[in-house]
Design a protein around this ligand. Structure first.
Ligand code: PNS
Length: 173
């Protein structure tokens, strides 16, 4: 894209990786914040064969996120396996996005960000999710949901519907 003074402005491509099992309102908040900054955002859902018994398949997770971001034309949703550093290099991405809820998140994320930069030369940018979601995680949402708690404030409506359908299927087995 050319600027007024004839220089070429970069169009940075941001990757937001995660397990998203399931995507929460905190995840969606980070996606929306990233989409407000970057002209191209790819939400990358990790295919992790080591993770036993996920609640949702990769296809279901991608479908939920796609529905949540359907109004954002510059947000894409794909899956990846293996090293994130290899994936961002293969996509020629410019930046990795990670969400931060509390300070301890940063303590965990800092070494990962430095490792990813060392392997790929791609920096990680941290976006703070809305403080209303500072205690929301996929694992807590699942635990509360399966114990009968109301999680409607913590996941998008479409995700809640997927969760209810999944629970009904599991109970009918
Ligand atoms: O939503 P999550 O589970 O917190 O996301 C973690 C994720 C997918 C971002 C992280 O596990 C990851 O990047 N996995 C890919 C494997 C990898 O690159 N590992 C080395 C990290 S330095």
């Amino acid at each position: 894209m050319a600027t007024d003074n004839g220089k070429i402005a970069p169009t940075p491509h941001a990757i937001y990786p995660g397990s998203f099992d399931p995507p929460t309102s905190g995840h969606l908040d980070v996606i929306q914040r990233a989409a407000a900054i970057f002209p191209r955002v790819t939400v990358a859902v990790l295919v992790n064969p080591a993770k036993r018994e996920p609640m949702f398949t990769i296809e279901e997770r991608k479908a939920m996120i796609r529905e949540c971001v359907s109004a954002l034309a510059h947000v894409d949703v794909i899956d990846f396996r293996g090293l994130l550093a290899d994936f961002v290099k293969a996509l020629d991405a410019d930046v990795i996005i990670k969400g931060l809820r509390v300070v301890s998140d940063f303590e965990n994320e800092m070494s990962t960000a430095l490792m990813n930069r060392s392997l790929s030369d791609v920096d990680t940018m941290f976006l703070m999710s809305d403080q209303n979601y500072s205690f929301v995680s996929s694992s807590l949402v699942k635990e509360v949901f399966f114990l009968g708690g109301d999680v409607s404030a913590y996941v998008p409506d479409i995700v809640l519907r997927f969760m209810q359908e999944k629970r009904a299927k599991l109970r009918s087995k």
